[in-house]
Structure formats: C-alpha cells, structure tokens
Design a binder for this molecule. Structure first.
Ligand code: SF4
Length: 158
C-alpha cells in the first residue's frame, strides 16, 4: 500500500508515472503480464472510491486534521489544470509538515472541492486509511487510465 512517507517524500509520483507510462505502451484490453499484475496490485491497494460531495464532506467533518494541497500527479502533466486535493488526518498533518499542503477548515475544503465540481471525486487509502480526496482529471488520472485499459479499479461508494 502507499504510505504517508511516500506522499511527503514525493516517491508516490514515481509509481504513478510508471503506471502512466505503461498504459501509454499497451493497447486495450489489459495484457496478462507481470508489469500489469504489479500495477493492478499497487492500484488496488489504494481501494479508490468514487464519492459524492456529500460523502466527501462526511469524511472531512469527521477528520481530526484537514489540509489542502496540489494533487500529487499534477506536476507529471505539463500545462495541467490546477486542482487541489483534500488531505485528511495523519496525511494532512504530515503534508503540512513537509510543506506540501496548508491547513484548512471544513468550509475551505468544501469550497475547494466545489470549484472542481465537474470532476469526479475519488478518495484513496494511504497508510491503510482513506485520507486523500482528489477532484480527479480523468485524462491524467492513473485510476481512469487503468479503467480505460480494462483494469477495473474504481467503485462507487454506497
Ligand atoms: S488525478 Fe488521479 S492519479 Fe492524480 S492525484 Fe488525483 S486521484 Fe491521484
């Protein structure tokens, strides 16, 4: 699974980049090779869920800490639209400490997500807990790109 340290240290981006490069090289559907299995395993560990803004707000209200920061894959995409992720709990604390996010309140987090309301919200598990809410950009997002290649990884939260 991805850890908070991978987010604060930036190595999370290397994993995303590896997966995106792989998706660029294959045609659909997903081939049954070792790299594909590796990437599927890594993606599944995030247990990504598509959530509504109301469900996002439930997570945010229950969080012990909230932070806003650039979504972790943005710098991999030249000229990508700006969008901020909401980090929660321990991930929020450590991202602020690492200078990669700023502390925020419930209202600020809501406003940030509402400015990207056309984008699907995805919550991901980091260090074993759902702690990252991202207004995903489907053309750039590792999960949506995986789905496009036949790797079913996204579920809607009930
Ligand atoms: S767009 Fe997708 S890959 Fe990029 S940070 Fe958001 S959830 Fe992660």
């Amino acid at each position: 699974m991805a850890t908070i340290e991978e987010y604060t240290g930036g190595t999370i981006k290397k994993g995303i980049q590896r997966a995106l490069m792989y998706f660029d090289t294959i045609s659909s559907p997903e081939p049954d090779d070792e790299e594909s299995r590796h990437i599927r395993q890594k993606i599944d560990a995030f247990e990504p869920l598509i959530i509504t803004i109301e469900q996002a707000m439930e997570y945010i209200r229950e969080a012990e800490a909230i932070a806003l920061g650039e979504r972790v894959c943005r710098s991999l995409h030249t000229g990508s639209v700006c969008s901020e992720s909401v980090f929660l709990d321990g991930l929020a604390v450590e991202m602020v400490r690492a200078g990669k996010a700023r502390s925020a309140g419930v209202d600020e987090a809501r406003k940030s997500l509402e400015t990207c309301s056309v984008r699907p919200l995805i919550i991901s598990k980091v260090s074993g807990k759902h702690q990252e809410i991202c207004p995903s950009v489907p053309s750039e997002c590792v999960y949506w790109r995986a789905e496009n290649k036949g790797i079913r990884c996204l579920k809607r939260k009930a």
